[in-house]
Design a binder for this molecule. Structure first.
Ligand code: AMP
Length: 417
């Protein structure tokens, strides 16, 4: 398999799929440039070797239609500043043949938002799934998706996939395009390599003990991951809103805490599975209960299975925080997805903070810690502890699918199934 380090881009035109789906304010100014910075090592390597760069990305959800609000023209200057090189702009990503052909080594061309074309996502637009003509429309769209990918591929000599955030989608630019390059002319970028390695560290090259912490609001959205991890972890901490589904399933009183009543049996099955597999399942024993879903609510510490009527558990209690920390501090591999409480309210951050601090301690003692999936990243950033963990994933859905054990189309397109 070709790798970006082995490849010499001198005299080559490289088309690079990045994730420049950056948040913009109402004036079109970038409010967080993390994603642009994330792609720089790959982009700079192409230029440093003496190659020409064609950069492509999506932004937002324009649903296959041109929409100025989502135009990548708004980020040209920021990309140029980050790269330290002028950036040309192709206002139509499917009609950039001339601009691409004219590129000289060291020059950079940014293509307009790929999702202005429905072919990028490959989903038929304007037709309902129930419509009898839907299947034909889908087939036709798949065929035009191939044509669209072929057009993008025609701009360049080689293809680099570096958009981890969309690697779980089989889109024209993230996967289909790879069919138009031979194995020596397609590769993952540095960001993708790092993300894939981080996932391998928690799914394949596991150093034990391995503690996974799954939190967030619902068990239903995390069940695929919990099931996949059950075969791999030594300790499994389940926290956050899903705690109360477990407490109720075991006969506890949970007041008005968040609960998925149709998942009570699932919760009991998870408890049984953990027992059968010898996994140490750590569930909260106490919680911070509040009389209102607000930062200024009155609070009391109560057992997680004896929450008074009219009260709801919004954070892990002190005893629980200790048991979580104990399961984390000695670990050598740690995965954290999802907060232990409503961390957006400052008064309900203690459980998540205890987890973050235990992870930082274990990491300082040589553990590999991977944090990913939206809210836990927001947590670690809120606590200013991003530099105390091993790796923070840039992918939300992509990371979750990877740790569910699914092969990401964007990875498979380069590395095989
Ligand atoms: P998820 O998107 O499933 O990862 O869930 C993240 C959300 O879960 C965050 O917005 C948290 O505020 C929320 N959450 C965590 N603990 C609780 C809780 N005990 N009650 C209600 N929401 C919670």
């Amino acid at each position: 398999m070709m790798t970006i380090d082995k490849f010499n881009f001198a005299g080559q035109k490289a088309i690079v799929r990045v994730d420049f789906n950056v948040p913009l304010d109402e004036n079109g100014k970038i409010t967080d440039d993390t994603r642009i910075r994330g792609a720089l090592p790959t982009l700079k390597k192409v230029l440093a070797d003496g190659g020409a760069l064609i950069i492509m990305s999506h932004m937002g959800k324009p649903k296959g239609k041109v929409n100025a609000k989502f135009s990548l023209s708004q980020i040209v200057d920021a990309v140029a500043a980050a790269l330290g090189a002028p950036v040309q702009f192709a206002p139509d990503c499917a009609k950039a043949q001339e601009a691409a052909a004219a590129l000289k080594p060291g020059e950079v061309l940014l293509l307009e938002n790929l999702r202005f074309y429905p072919e990028e996502e490959g989903k038929p637009v304007g037709i309902d799934k129930e419509d009898p003509a839907y299947n034909d429309a889908k087939k036709a769209m798949k065929a035009s998706q191939k044509e669209f990918a072929k057009t993008l591929a025609s701009y360049a000599d080689c293809y680099v996939m570096d958009a981890f955030g969309t690697a779980h989608r089989k889109h024209a630019s993230t996967a289909v395009i790879a069919d138009y390059f031979d194995a020596d002319h397609k590769m993952l970028g540095y960001l993708m390599e790092k993300e894939v390695k981080a996932v391998d560290n928690v799914l394949k090259d596991i150093k034990r003990p391995f503690t996974a912490i799954m939190g967030g609001s619902k068990v239903s959205t995390k069940i695929g991951i919990i099931e996949n991890l059950m075969d791999k972890v030594d300790n499994l901490i389940l926290c956050g809103g899903m705690t109360y589904t477990f407490a109720k399933a075991q006969g506890g009183q949970i007041g008005k805490s968040i609960c998925e009543d149709d998942k009570l049996q699932l919760a009991l099955d998870i408890i049984e599975k953990a027992k059968a597999k010898g996994v140490n399942l750590v569930l909260g024993t106490d919680c911070v209960a509040a009389d209102d879903f607000s930062n200024d609510a009155n609070t009391q510490i109560v057992p997680a299975n004896a929450i008074p009527e009219g009260w709801e558990g919004l954070d892990a209690g002190p005893e629980t925080q200790k048991s979580f920390a104990a399961a984390i501090e000695d670990a050598k591999t740690i995965l954290w997805n999802g907060p232990a409480g409503v961390f957006e309210f400052d008064n309900f951050t203690a459980g998540s903070r205890a987890i973050a601090e235990a992870i930082a301690k274990a990491t300082a003692n040589g553990a590999f810690s991977l944090i990913g999936g939206g809210d836990s990243v927001a947590c670690i950033n809120k606590f200013g502890m991003a530099d105390q963990v091993s790796y923070i994933s840039t992918g939300g859905g992509a990371l979750l699918e990877a740790i569910e054990g699914k092969v990401l189309p964007g990875v498979a397109a380069i590395c095989g199934e």
